[in-house]
Design a protein around this ligand. Structure first.
Ligand SMILES: [Zn+2]
Length: 202
């Protein structure tokens, strides 16, 4: 190997990317980890009459991938799961509505994992939901304040006649999803189901 070749290799190594799950270099989500994530059986839960389908349980590679994406480490790697997400979408869904961001940082950056997953469905995405005033509940942790918050629709939602699939990154109690459905149904919008990346076992 000559000196020039060596310096090129050094540059490649510096700019190389590593799998966010297993740290093997080559891709932000390596083939082996991607296969492991999508090969787990989908998890379906019924929460207050709402069918919530997840790619898998919130554990192992899937959990590592989601935590990395939420921390802003190679969030684009989640997009490799798009084909698997599309298989979970209810057939009658015509539009995807992501859950609103609960964290100020995401909102400021204009980026949210739920929004990214919504775009992965291949359906038109309408980001119409927002939390009602989150600062009125004192004495609760941030997570308590956000989970179970009631939601409202922003402005002219234009969803009449559409069949909505709700989209989120992780489903824990399902309170966020069922509150979203309530807000949409109050405006006579039909919700046909929910799709999430991962479900935390109840
Ligand atoms: Zn990997």
């Amino acid at each position: 190997m000559n000196a020039r070749q060596s310096s090129v290799d050094w540059v490649d190594a510096v700019w190389d990317v590593a799998c966010v799950v297993c740290r093997v270099s080559g891709a932000t989500l390596c083939e082996a980890c991607a296969v492991r994530v999508v090969s787990s059986a989908p998890v379906t839960r019924e929460i207050a009459g709402l069918e919530v389908t997840a790619l898998g349980g919130y554990r192992n590679e899937l959990r590592t991938l989601i935590r990395a994406a939420k921390a802003g480490r190679s969030p684009q790697s989640v997009s490799r799961l798009s084909p698997a997400i599309r298989r979970l979408i209810p057939l009658d869904a015509t539009i995807a509505v992501p859950m609103p961001s609960s964290r100020g940082g995401f909102r400021q950056r204009g980026w949210s994992l739920a929004g990214r997953v919504a775009r992965m469905t291949g359906l038109p995405v309408r980001d119409v939901l927002t939390f009602s005033n989150p600062r009125t509940q004192r004495g609760l942790t941030a997570d308590d304040r956000w989970s179970g918050r009631s939601m409202i629709l922003r402005g002219r939602h234009g969803l009449s006649g559409h069949f909505v699939v709700l989209v989120d990154d992780v489903c824990t109690t399902g309170a966020t999803l069922t509150n979203a459905r309530r807000a949409l149904e109050a405006h006579c919008v039909t919700v046909v189901g929910a799709v999430v990346l991962a479900s935390v076992s109840p």
